[in-house]
Structure formats: structure tokens, C-alpha cells
Design a protein around this ligand. Structure first.
Ligand code: SF4
Ligand code: SF4
Ligand code: SF4
Length: 325
């Protein structure tokens, strides 16, 4: 009988749908969990449902980028007992948070009016409701549970679902990506920073030891470190590590520069300068969140000092009050 089952409703806001795919990556396990314990009442990627039915658990992917997103998030909040921010997008803003450093007019000019392949004043309807900035979900509604990751690893999703369904003790630790990376942090004589595509990094030493920037030590591990295991440095898509979030004076670039300057002969200031040059890439995933913007070390003010904007009403909780899976 369905009467005993918990109901699950899913809505996507502005995102890439990678989080829905990660959910489906649970394969048979998902069928087992959903089939026996959960009744799915809404999932736009599989079901043609426009309504917002009552549900025990509401899972929201994507961040708030448009007026439509605000309405959809508020509709979910009204009918769902528990709201989960699923993925880096709703937790921190996600990759399109990078738009935070520009106004929506700048972005539309770049994409349409001043774009050499379009040169048009006709803006598509979908872009009409664009907000002046990307917002994480809890800027507009109260969030009960946070599940960062871009997307979260299926194992973490399963742990999170088991916790929500049964209150089963979560096994998820708050480690940085380095914790699951097999590379060795060794001292080296490397004295220059190497660009991502220059040379071939060896497969055993930490990228930092070899002169490549890697943000694993400043990033929360919700992915099991697939990039450094595959020969690609971490670019921080999972959002900041707990150490970075909790220490107001610790920042992505100070954390990475500290480690790299200890492992190599590259001066700390040189590393800071290099990271600042690429900062809109590495900060993008969490740029919309006050976790970074309120830090005294953050570059946001520098990027936006000539673009004052009206303040948005926010309902953020302190990090220590958040339930983060
Ligand atoms: S968190 Fe990452 S995978 Fe999920 S919707 Fe956002 S960009 Fe896509
Ligand atoms: S900094 Fe990067 S390469 Fe080094 S241990 Fe951490 S994740 Fe691995
Ligand atoms: S970029 Fe970093 S946080 Fe993102 S999936 Fe790769 S290792 Fe994980």
C-alpha cells in the first residue's frame, strides 16, 4: 500500500540537469529505494507534471536565476514538509554564480547585442525574467537540508536519502577532496607555476608539488575526487571545504597558496596573483553565496565596485545551524 510510503517531489530551477542524472545513476538502487519506500509525485525530467502536489520531501536542484525560479521555489516550499537543496547550484549558486560579477544587462549584451554571431536587440523570452544576480535557494525560501556537490556522488545521495527516510546515522564526512585523492604531497624544487595544459603531470605526485594549481584542499568532497584521480586538477565545483567556510580569514586562494608555497619554491605572492587572474573560474561555483562574499579576503568587491545593486531579502541561516549532508 502506498499509504505507508513517503512522498518525494522534485523541481529543477536554473541548472544543467546533471543532478537529476546523478539521481538516475543510482540505477537499481534508486528503483529499490523509490519502489519500496518512496512514492514519486513530481520529477520534471521523467513526468509531465506542472502542479505542485503535497509531499513529505521536496528536492530542489538548480539555483535562482529568474523570476520563474523564485515562484517555483516558493510553490515547493508551500507544499513540502522538508526541503532539500540538492547540488552545488541551490546550496551556493553553482557555476552560473559567476554572473554575480556582472549585471544582467552586461550578460545579455555579451550574449546577444554585442555578440558577433547574433548582434540582435531581440532577447529570447526565456531571458526576460533574468534576475540581476544568481541566488542560492535559501536567499528566497527556508531550506531544511543541504546536499552540495556538482553533482553529489550517487553514494552520497543514497546516504542522504537513507538519512531522510530512516534517520539513519549519516556516514558522510566533511573532508576536503584531498582526503580521497591518492596523490602524494611531496616537497619539490618546482619554482614556476605551470599552466593547465603545459606538459604532462606525473600520475603519483600532488598537482601542487608539480606546479599545477589544484583546489582540492579548499573544496568539500562530495565527489570522491574523480578529477585528480583521472589526471585533472580539482577546480572546486563541489563548493568550499568546511575549513574554508568556518574560518572567516581562510579563503580558497590563501588556503591553496599556503600549501603550494610550502611544497614548492614558488613564492606565496606569485601563487596568489595567479589564482586571482583565474579567480572568476575557481570562485564561480560559490560566488553567489554569502559564505564567500562576506569574507574580508574575497575579490567580489573589486569586481563589482562600480556596479552597486539593491540588496536582496535573504533568509540565510548561520552555517553552524545548517544541516549539511
Ligand atoms: S549542481 Fe552541478 S550538476 Fe547539479 S544542476 Fe548545478 S551545475 Fe548541474
Ligand atoms: S591538492 Fe589536488 S592533487 Fe593534491 S592531494 Fe589535494 S586533490 Fe590531490
Ligand atoms: S572539480 Fe573537484 S570538486 Fe569538482 S568533481 Fe572534480 S574533484 Fe570533485
Amino acid at each position: 500500500m502506498n499509504g505507508e510510503k513517503k512522498t518525494l517531489s522534485i523541481e529543477w530551477l536554473s541548472g544543467c540537469s546533471g543532478c537529476e542524472v546523478a539521481l538516475l545513476d543510482l540505477h537499481d538502487t534508486l528503483l529499490h529505494v523509490l519502489g519500496n519506500e518512496v512514492r514519486l509525485v513530481r520529477l520534471p525530467i521523467l513526468m509531465d507534471t506542472r502542479d505542485y502536489p503535497q509531499a513529505d520531501i521536496g528536492m530542489i536542484t538548480g539555483s535562482i536565476r529568474s523570476r520563474h525560479d523564485i515562484k517555483a521555489a516558493q510553490a515547493m516550499r508551500k507544499v513540502c514538509k522538508t526541503i532539500i537543496a540538492f547540488g552545488t547550484c541551490p546550496v551556493y549558486g553553482g557555476p552560473h554564480s559567476g554572473g554575480f560579477a556582472n549585471s544582467s544587462k552586461d550578460l545579455l549584451d555579451c550574449a546577444f547585442r554585442d555578440n558577433s554571431s547574433t548582434h540582435t536587440d531581440t532577447i529570447p523570452d526565456q531571458a526576460e525574467g533574468l534576475l540581476d544576480r544568481t541566488l542560492p535557494l535559501d536567499a528566497k525560501i527556508t531550506v531544511d537540508v543541504y546536499m552540495p556537490g556538482c553533482p553529489p556522488h550517487p553514494g552520497h545521495i543514497l546516504d542522504g536519502l537513507q538519512f531522510l527516510l530512516h534517520g539513519r546515522e549519516q556516514k558522510i564526512a566533511q573532508h576536503p577532496v584531498c582526503f580521497n585523492c591518492d596523490r602524494n604531497m611531496v616537497k619539490s624544487d618546482q619554482d614556476t607555476i605551470r599552466k593547465p595544459l603545459s606538459g604532462v603531470p606525473n600520475a603519483t605526485d600532488c598537482f601542487l608539488s608539480q606546479g599545477y594549481l589544484c583546489f582540492g584542499s579548499a573544496t568539500l568532497d562530495r565527489c570522491m575526487a574523480p578529477c585528480p584521480k583521472s589526471g585533472v586538477p580539482c577546480f572546486s565545483c563541489g563548493g568550499p571545504s568546511e575549513a574554508v567556510v568556518l574560518d572567516p580569514n581562510k579563503d580558497v586562494r590563501t588556503r591553496v597558496a599556503n600549501q603550494m608555497s610550502h611544497l614548492t619554491r614558488i613564492p606565496y605572492e606569485t601563487i596568489i596573483k595567479e589564482i586571482e587572474e583565474q579567480a572568476k573560474t575557481h570562485y564561480a561555483y560559490a560566488m553567489a553565496s554569502p559564505v564567500f562574499r562576506h569574507k574580508p579576503t574575497f575579490l567580489y568587491r573589486k569586481w563589482t565596485e562600480e556596479k552597486p545593486r539593491k540588496a536582496e531579502p535573504m533568509v540565510y541561516r548561520k552555517w553552524s545551524e545548517k544541516r549539511c549532508l
